[in-house]
Design a protein around this ligand. Structure first.
Ligand code: 13P
Length: 257
């Protein structure tokens, strides 16, 4: 079976509206032909989603996603954004349970599960993040942590729902630090996640689930990481903010098709 990649950019709280259309306009000029097996996704801040969705129309294979959502469709939840609103704004994907949301906003299993349910109910593809912090890797607990997070997030969902989910493995010690998991470390954990998914949902569904790697993926390490059997793409922070570095990662995936 040929490779099938998703190259996702998570802009976090960077690149406000003034930088959105220029990013996509520049990317459209330099990206070249991207095969259908390499899908692209950019997740800008909420306020730029509409602008991004419009600008992205010029780039075949480009999707727009949000970085978070609320687990109700509407109601008295000051400051929150729902899946319905994200669909209206032109989103097809939404990141759920990013380590920064777990760390700074106290997100845990229960709320992550509710968000996944709401995303699926509204036709959004959840990109569910799992990953260990440095102390957990040092103490050898990384597999247990990632298994607990994966099982916790997917608890209660049926095979048809799980088949629609994307998992992102993001070792927290490699996020924004310049540290990267080695290709072997990435493959080892991705294969482990695939094994856990197989136990949850069976081989057929598990083999089709995309598992992205996130944590200082950059043009100079992307090819090696993406070449690993169980690495089906990237969730890229810093290097997705500039059209040229994002394009270089997309092109690295294209060469591996
Ligand atoms: P960096 O690529 O900046 O390390 O960020 C990774 C990440 O957290 C993407 O969600």
């Amino acid at each position: 079976m040929g490779r099938n990649y998703l190259i996702a950019g998570n802009w976090k709280m960077n690149s406000g509206s003034g930088k959105t259309a220029p990013f996509f306009n520049e990317l459209a000029k330099i990206i070249g032909d991207v095969p259908g097996q390499v899908e692209m996704l950019i997740c800008p801040p909420f306020v730029s989603l509409n602008e991004a969705a419009n600008a992205a129309k010029a780039i075949p294979g480009m999707h727009i996603g949000a970085q978070n959502l609320h687990f109700e469709n509407d109601g008295a939840y000051t400051g929150e954004i729902s899946a319905v609103m994200l669909k209206d704004a032109g989103c097809s994907h939404v990141i759920i349970g990013h380590s920064e949301r777990r760390e700074y906003f106290g997100e845990a299993e229960q709320v992550i599960g509710k968000k996944i349910a709401k995303a699926l109910e509204n036709g959004l593809t959840p990109v569910v993040c799992v990953g260990e912090v440095l102390d957990q890797r040092k103490s050898g607990d990384h597999f247990t942590v990632v298994e607990t997070q994966t099982r916790g997030a997917l608890a209660g969902f049926g095979d048809a729902e799980i088949a629609k989910i994307v998992i992102a493995y993001e070792p927290v010690w490699a996020i924004g630090t310049g540290e990267t998991a080695s290709p072997d470390q990435a493959q080892e954990m991705h294969a482990f996640i695939r094994k856990v998914l197989t136990e949850i949902t069976g081989k057929e569904v598990a083999s089709g689930i995309r598992i992205l790697y996130g944590g200082s993926m950059k043009p100079d390490n992307a090819a090696e990481l993406l070449a690993q059997t169980d690495v089906d793409g990237g969730l890229i922070g810093g290097a997705s903010l500039k059209p040229d570095s994002y394009a270089a990662i997309v092109q690295a995936a294209t060469k591996l098709i």
